[in-house]
Design a protein around this ligand. Structure first.
Ligand SMILES: NC(=O)c1ccc[n+]([C@@H]2O[C@H](COP(=O)([O-])OP(=O)(O)OC[C@H]3O[C@@H](n4cnc5c(N)ncnc54)[C@H](OP(=O)(O)O)[C@@H]3O)[C@@H](O)[C@H]2O)c1
Length: 251
């Protein structure tokens, strides 16, 4: 029986990954802070589902979780927990921004680093780091910290992908870079979308297809995919101005 672990599984994209992987016959380990929501998801699963409540903004909890996961024979690890916030940087809630860095960057780094050696030893499996289309752009005014955290994720994932590729490893390391997805993200971020969001179902369906093919950069949705591709050819300041224009609609 195959085993998958998903962080941030209590809501949105993570919850949809749980639903889909359960339907595909995986046993699951689900991680988030909201125990009740995780229990509800576990109750609806057909296969075995273990829940782990952890606050991934706390380094000790991430380390402990990482050590537990390192003992498991994971086939899929989805490093998904994260959140954003819309605000002017100079008026931002510094504590909240630091917590965002703890969850989006530090927790992702710890868990990625702790589970990867097991995947390499088994020479199989898929690790998906959930970034964002934000992580493929130079920066996003009014979500400066969020964009920076996601740029970290795309840089880290790309480098590790390259290290494994040159070693001939069969481990697939991928990053999911969606634009807007209809989840609880906006409620947490105090935001509204500038573009129509895709559904979590579509996002996860697309991600599953591409991660199984071992695609490094997974961008669901034609408009966002065209946008990030086109964006690469723009001078930095021009791209920043276009992104700012879109971002201003989120406030
Ligand atoms: N929705 C979008 O438009 C969008 C676009 C691009 C990328 N993303 C990325 O997709 C990922 C999932 O977001 P989503 O859209 O599905 O949002 P969501 O519905 O708000 O889900 C976020 C998940 O992260 C978990 N989480 C947040 N802080 C946590 C903490 N301190 N410790 C443990 N778990 C924590 C939440 O669980 P608890 O609250 O129960 O802890 C929840 O399960 C994030 O990394 C996000 O940046 C989202």
């Amino acid at each position: 029986m195959k085993l998958a672990c998903i962080t941030g599984a209590s809501s949105g994209i993570g919850r949809e990954f749980a639903r889909r992987l359960d339907a595909e016959g995986y046993n699951l380990i689900l991680v988030a802070r909201s125990e009740n929501k995780l229990k509800e998801i576990a109750d609806s699963c057909t296969n075995s589902c273990r829940i782990i409540t952890a606050d991934l903004s706390k380094r000790e909890e991430c380390m402990k979780l990482g050590e537990e996961l390192a003992k498991e024979s994971l086939d899929i690890f989805i490093n998904n927990a994260g959140f954003g916030c819309v605000e002017d940087f100079d008026a931002s809630d510094l504590e909240n921004d630091l917590k965002m860095i703890d969850v989006n960057v530090e927790a992702l780094q710890i868990l990625f680093r702790k589970v990867l050696p097991g995947f390499i030893a088994r020479d199989a499996g898929i690790i998906l780091n959930v970034a964002s289309s934000a992580g493929l752009l130079y920066g996003g005014a009014y979500m400066a910290t969020y964009y920076a955290t996601k740029a970290y994720v795309t840089s880290l994932t790309s480098a590790v992908y390259q290290e494994l590729k040159t070693r001939g490893s069969h481990v697939k390391v991928c990053m999911l870079c969606p634009g807007p997805v209809d989840t609880n993200f906006n409620n947490v971020a105090n935001s509204k979308f500038a573009l129509k969001g895709i559904s979590a179902e579509y996002c996860v369906d697309y991600a599953l297809k591409k991660m199984k093919q071992g695609k490094l950069t997974i961008v669901p949705g034609n408009i966002v995919r065209a946008g990030v591709t086109f964006g690469k050819f723009l001078p930095r300041k021009m791209q920043l101005a276009i992104v700012q224009h879109q971002q201003s609609k989120k406030r």
